[in-house]
Structure formats: structure tokens, C-alpha cells
Write a protein that binds this ligand. Structure first.
Ligand code: AMP
Ligand code: MG
Length: 367
């Protein structure tokens, strides 16, 4: 697998036209193409062509037991790939009307037309409709569903820019369509819905940009076992390692937990870079990357999250130290990812006084 990887810009109408045309041509030929979405960059292939989908697994070195998300050109096409059970049809309609196109993925019983390689043999398929204008142009012109997991090598940091995709997949794919930085910066929220009285039960199987608060009007929301990977593995903590930089990362729960070793170089991933949070002044850090400088706003932190991790990873320090975040809103997804990336896997930190010192709006809305 050795290709010349082209990066095509989309910031002028003729360039956009060219990039979309080239992407559609390659996808029609059964090739994979890296495309921008509003969450992170995806590596797309025709979802109904098993041979094309196999190239995604090959380029990403992704194990075939890890299923892919299927993107639709339009929400009206949901029933081409999934069977929506009658008991949840109403809530599915409400959710897709409210959040599609957008960063919400639904797990639903799959139709036979979806190849088993897409769903890793599972009876369900993960479906969403992206709101990214460039992605929409490509999938609309193609007129078929696209399978598109994040455009990184398996287990590595998700890409939120064309440069990050290139760092991950250079030489492995023909084309990256560049549409600038991802809008949300975190992978879609994945949910499963069960009928329930008086309300349907919505289980968040992967936390993401849409928070429990966003979903609450539609059902009883709970945070579930995180992914099929967790359920599939016998050895806890093994496949729970994901989104990981090459540099070891340690997620702290309290400043006192940091014990630097003589001669080692450390860099800090800080939420807002404030001394008063207790982490910035702990050490003479090689570098401090701030997710949301000064303000600690979680949506801003989310946009910069994978970018900051990548920058810290490139420093070549001995360890990346991560400050904890308040597990509210998008903080739930970022803490989930930090825990998976970390060598120490600290337990959730609800009610920790260190976090209560950080001043963020809103209360914890987990049920
Ligand atoms: P990615 O596309 O890289 O963001 O990863 C897609 C993730 O969606 C997988 O790792 C699974 O956690 C989840 N997923 C996809 N399809 C299914 C499915 N049929 N059932 C449960 N989880 C799924
Ligand atoms: Mg991924």
C-alpha cells in the first residue's frame, strides 16, 4: 500500500468543485478518501461495497471486530440501511429531526444490504448524517451511504485537520479533502434507544458533542457501557486503551498525585492554564498546552482537544500530564478519552474538591 497522498483545498469555489469531483470519482471506483466532517476527519468508502470498506480497515490497521459508522446523504434514507423498530419509531423521528444533520449516531437493527464487514458481524448498524458542507456535497453527488470512521491509524489520536490526517495516513490513501479545522473536534455521540414507560431509554454508548442535557427532552438518558470494544474484551483496560498518543499520558485527579522523576521531561495538558487550578505551578513544564485559555469553556476545549494532544505528543517529552476536567457536557467525552489514553486509568472524579475549585457553569446532569 503505497500511494501519493494528495491534499485538495476547498476554500475557493473552483477548488471545492475540483476536490468534490475527485473525491466522488475515487469513491465510485471503490477507493477510500479522507473527508472533513463536523466531528473529526473521516476515512470514507462506499458503505455498500465490502471490498471498498475493507480498504478502510487496511489503511487504518483497524481490527475487523471494530464496526464502522454509516453516513447517509439524507435522513430520509435511514430506512435504506436500518430497520427502525415500531416501538421506537417516534423517538427516532424526533431525534433525527432535531439533530440530523449533526453529531448524533444511532444504533439500529441493520438491513441485509449493509455488508457484515461494516458492522463487524453485529445485527445493528451505526448511522448518522453529517452537517459538514463539503462532506454533504460529496455524499450527495455520490448518492449512496458512506462508511467513515475517524481518519487515523487504529488506537491513535483522531484527526481534526487535514494536516493531522496526513500525519496519520500519508502514503496509505490517494486523497485528503481539506476543509479546515473540524467544527466540534470530538467524535459523534453514539446512542442506543430502548422502548420504555413513560419515556424511551436513551443509552449513550460513546459520549460526544451532544450531551446528556441535549438528549434529555427525548427520553431517560443514561451513560452506558462505552463501546462494543469494551464489551468484547475479556481483559479490562486492554482495549480500553484508545485515542492514545505515543508519549505516555498520565491523567491526574489531584495536583498532589504528580511525582516527577529526576531527569524526566514533562508537558502539561491544561484546561485553562490558570495557576489557581493547582497544576500549572506544580513543575517547570517543558510546555503547557491550554485547551481553552483563560476561560475553560468546554466546547472550545473540545475543538482543540485532539490538536493539543497531537502537539504535546510531537514534543518528545517523557510523559504528558493531563489535568482533569469537570465531567459535565462535553467534559464527559474528553475525560472518557483522557482515561482511555492514560497509563493510569483513574476512576471517575465526581465531587472531587479540586474540581469544585474550578468554576464552570451548570451542574452535573448525569442521572
Ligand atoms: P469511529 O468511526 O472510528 O468513530 O468508530 C466507530 C465506533 O462506533 C466503533 O468503535 C464502535 O464503538 C461504534 N459502533 C459502530 N457500529 C456499532 C454497532 N453496530 N454497535 C455498537 N457500536 C458500534
Ligand atoms: Mg475512531
Amino acid at each position: 500500500m503505497s500511494h501519493v497522498t494528495a491534499v485538495l483545498p476547498t476554500d475557493e469555489p473552483p477548488l471545492m468543485h475540483q476536490a468534490v469531483e475527485e473525491a466522488v470519482r475515487l469513491l465510485r471506483e471503490g477507493e477510500v478518501v479522507a473527508l472533513p466532517t463536523e466531528t473529526v476527519y473521516g476515512l470514507a468508502a462506499n458503505a455498500l461495497d465490502a471490498a471498498a470498506v475493507a480498504k478502510i480497515f487496511e489503511a487504518k490497521e483497524r481490527p475487523t471486530f471494530d464496526p464502522l459508522i454509516v453516513h447517509l446523504p439524507d435522513k430520509k434514507q435511514l430506512d435504506t440501511v436500518a430497520d427502525v423498530p415500531a416501538e421506537i419509531a417516534q423517538v427516532v423521528r424526533q431525534l433525527t429531526e432535531k439533530f440530523w444533520p449533526g453529531p448524533l449516531t444511532l444504533l439500529l437493527p441493520k438491513k441485509a444490504v449493509v455488508p457484515d464487514i461494516v458492522t463487524a458481524g453485529l445485527p445493528t448498524v451505526a448511522v448518522r448524517v453529517s452537517s459538514n458542507p463539503v462532506f454533504r456535497r460529496v455524499i450527495t453527488a455520490l448518492g449512496r451511504p458512506l462508511a467513515a470512521p475517524s481518519a487515523n491509524r487504529f488506537g491513535s489520536i483522531s484527526p481534526t485537520s487535514a494536516a493531522a490526517v496526513l500525519a496519520e495516513l500519508d502514503g496509505r490513501i490517494h486523497l485528503i479533502v481539506d476543509a479546515g479545522a473540524s467544527l466540534f473536534g470530538l467524535e459523534s455521540t453514539i446512542i442506543q434507544i430502548e422502548p420504555g414507560q413513560p419515556k424511551p431509554v436513551i443509552t449513550i454508548v460513546r459520549p460526544g458533542p451532544l450531551t446528556p442535557e441535549d438528549l434529555k427532552p427525548f427520553g431517560k438518558v443514561r451513560l452506558g457501557p462505552r463501546t462494543v470494544l469494551d464489551q468484547a474484551t475479556e481483559a479490562p483496560g486492554q482495549l480500553a486503551t484508545h485515542y492514545a498518543p505515543r508519549t505516555p499520558l498520565r491523567l491526574l485527579t489531584r495536583p498532589e498525585d504528580f511525582h516527577p522523576e529526576e531527569g524526566k521531561r514533562y508537558a502539561l495538558l491544561s484546561l485553562r492554564g490558570e495557576e489557581s487550578d493547582g497544576y500549572v505551578g506544580l513543575h517547570d513544564w517543558e510546555e503547557v498546552m491550554m485547551l481553552s485559555p483563560g476561560s475553560g469553556k468546554l466546547p472550545e476545549a473540545a475543538v482543540r482537544f485532539f490538536h493539543c494532544l497531537r502537539r504535546l505528543d510531537d514534543l518528545g517529552v517523557d510523559e504528558i500530564i493531563a489535568e482533569p476536567m469537570f465531567e459535565h457536557g462535553m467534559g464527559i467525552a474528553m475525560m472518557d478519552k483522557l482515561r482511555r489514553a492514560s497509563v493510569n486509568k483513574p476512576a471517575p472524579v465526581h465531587g472531587n474538591p479540586v474540581h469544585q475549585r474550578q468554576r464552570f457553569s451548570g451542574a452535573d446532569d448525569r442521572e
